[in-house]
Design a protein around this ligand. Sequence first.
Ligand code: PLP
Length: 353
Amino acid sequence: MHASKGFASDNNSGVHPAIMKAIEKANAGHAIAYGNDHYTMRAIKRMRANFGDDIDAYFVFAGTGANVVALKSMTDSFNAIICAETAHMNIEEVGAPEKFTGCKLLTVPTTDGKIGIDGIRRHLHAMGNPHHSQPRVVSITQATEYGTVYTKDEIADIADFAHSNGMLLHVDGARLANAAVSLGSSLKSITSDAGVDALSFSGTKNGMMYGEAVIFFDKSLSRNVRFIQKQATQLPSKMRFISAQFEALLSNDLWRRNAKNANGMARKLASRLEDALGIRITQRVEANAVFALIPKGYIEDIQRRYFFYVWREEGEFAEVRFMPSFDTTSGDVEEFVGFLGDLMADKKAKRLK
Ligand SMILES: Cc1ncc(COP(=O)(O)O)c(C=O)c1O
């Protein structure tokens, strides 16, 4: 039987009660569709309070949709987008960015999910050559797919390098809130203040039911965004229900409290796995992801109760990801560690027989 709360993904969690309340409150009477409503105006005001006055923000259904809308707004089909080889947009978006923008993705190898200027520079050798896709966007993920976090200076360096080479910086901020909490910074400080041009900002992964935002710090990029949203099927008619959620998430520091809990539980889980069970943690735990090496022979038994994703296999071991959420408790962590401990002891006893 599956445990009621697991560690597969923050996408597996439910909805924060304050968000649920906001949805219910928005469910009153009629409101003008497609974003011309008071809820959306108020949500954009909250966005500006958190990201800076000089931004444009648009709400979409999903994270892949946010990436596609942002990237399409920044490119022509003869362009290329430089990203980490581990980037979600490279591996887990079924080619949506390539299909929708027509751009080639140029990847940079990485061991911890982060990329740097040297890796990006390697793709710039054919600027101006009409036989090669022209790099126009660098996209980084914050926090990365490996749960590591770029510092503000690292982002600013990439932004400066991109701009001085005629490129723009996009951030896939599926877990930007977790990164900001990890750095003890505001959302603005690691985006607009660091020179980011466009951002995909997730609500779903941090306690919302659904809904993401595309935020432009370079407002000239949002020229055609409404048309792009519509073509990408990312223009919600009952927009008010996403807007009401974002308004709640960005009020009373709910975004920070949710991410703080998820990050704290990740650190706790990592140290309990290491200290109590001797399980090796393979990546720095800087946000809410924990990567661990588990013997392959355990996977099926664990997954029967706790579903999780396997990242890669290495000999006898599999590197797996555990990911706490805004609603994970210390009790959930202890229950999981206890379950794993019992399973490991049982396997050991069987081997010794
Ligand atoms: C880093 C990152 N970017 C984008 C997405 C895409 O989100 P969605 O599944 O809502 O399309 C995810 C989803 O897990 C993600 O982890």
